[in-house]
Write a protein that binds this ligand. Structure first.
Ligand SMILES: [Zn+2]
Length: 258
C-alpha cells in the first residue's frame, strides 16, 4: 500500500484518545483525522456489518475478532480519506480504536493507549449520561467485556511489533498521559498558519457536523450533545474550542473561539 503521511493514536475505547488527539493536533498544527467522524461515510463503502448485538452475543473474544476484521477494512478507507485531503508532507493525526499495531507497518510515528477497565467504564458511562441512548445502555456490560479483550489484544500486538503502549490507569494524571503520547510521536511538519490551517480546521468541523447529523437521524436523538469545534482563526498553535451543535456552528460563519 502507498501510505500518505500519517501519525497514529490507536487504543481501546475509553482511553481518552479523542481528547488527546484534538489537543495535540491543535497545538502542533496537524490535520486531525478522527476515524469516528467518518463512521457513516464508510457504511456505503463496506460490506454490511453484522449488527453489534449479534457480535456481542457470541462473547467478548469473538466480538473482538469481528471488530478487528471490520477495522482492517476501515483502515484502507482511512488511507484513501487522508490521501483525498492532499496534505503533502504534513502528516494527518489519525485517531481511532480501529488502528492496531499489526496494521501500522509503514506508519513510523504511532502510539496506543491501553486503559484500565475502570477508566473505560467511567468513560462509557459519561458518554451515555450525555445522550439518551437506551440501546447503548442495554449493551454496556457486553461492550465493556469486549473492550477489555481489545485492550489486551493491543498490548499483545504492541509487544509483538515493537510498538509503544501508554497505560491509562483508573485515576489517570492526564498531563502525564499526554506527555507520554507526545514523546512517543515526536515532532512533525506543521500546516502553514493562515489560509491552509484555517481550511483544514473548517474541513474537520464540517466532518463533525456531517457525522453528528447522521448519528442524530440514525438513533433518533431530539438534540445533539455539544461538540468541541476547532477555532478557525488560522493562528499557529491555537487550541481554542467552541462548544455547540452543528446548527449553531452553521450560524457562526468563520468560527473564532476567542
Ligand atoms: Zn484561534
Amino acid at each position: 500500500m502507498d501510505w500518505p503521511a500519517m501519525v497514529w493514536i490507536g487504543g481501546a475505547p475509553g482511553a481518552g484518545k479523542s481528547t488527546i488527539a484534538r489537543d495535540l493536533a491543535r497545538r502542533g498544527d496537524l490535520p486531525l483525522h478522527p476515524i469516528d467522524l467518518w463512521t457513516y461515510a464508510h457504511l456505503d463503502r463496506m460490506p454490511a456489518p453484522e449488527p453489534l448485538e449479534v457480535q456481542l452475543a457470541r462473547g467478548p473474544a469473538s466480538a473482538t475478532d469481528s471488530f478487528v476484521r471490520i477495522a482492517r477494512l476501515r483502515v484502507e478507507l482511512v488511507v484513501a480519506d487522508v490521501r483525498a485531503r492532499s496534505l503533502g508532507e504534513v502528516p494527518a493525526l489519525v485517531e481511532g480504536p480501529q488502528l492496531f499495531p499489526s496494521m501500522a507497518g509503514a506508519v513510523p510515528a504511532a502510539v496506543w493507549l491501553a486503559p484500565d477497565a475502570e477508566q473505560t467504564r467511567r468513560a462509557r458511562q459519561q458518554r451515555l449520561n450525555r445522550t439518551p441512548d437506551p440501546a447503548g445502555r442495554a449493551r454496556l456490560e457486553a461492550l465493556l467485556g469486549r473492550d477489555a479483550v481489545l485492550a489486551e489484544r493491543i498490548r499483545q500486538e504492541a509487544r509483538d511489533h515493537g510498538r509503544t503502549v501508554v497505560e491509562v490507569p483508573a485515576d489517570p494524571v492526564w498531563p502525564d498521559v499526554v506527555r507520554a503520547v507526545e514523546d512517543a510521536l515526536g515532532a512533525a511538519p506543521r500546516l502553514a498558519p493562515g489560509t491552509e490551517l484555517r481550511r483544514q480546521r473548517q474541513y474537520e468541523n464540517l466532518a463533525a457536523c456531517r457525522q453528528g447529523r447522521l448519528w442524530q437521524a440514525d438513533i433518533g436523538l431530539a438534540e445533539l450533545p455539544h461538540f468541541p469545534f476547532a477555532c478557525e482563526c488560522g493562528t499557529a498553535g491555537c487550541a481554542a474550542v467552541w462548544e455547540g451543535t452543528p446548527d449553531e456552528y452553521d450560524r457562526v460563519g468563520t468560527l473564532i473561539a476567542h
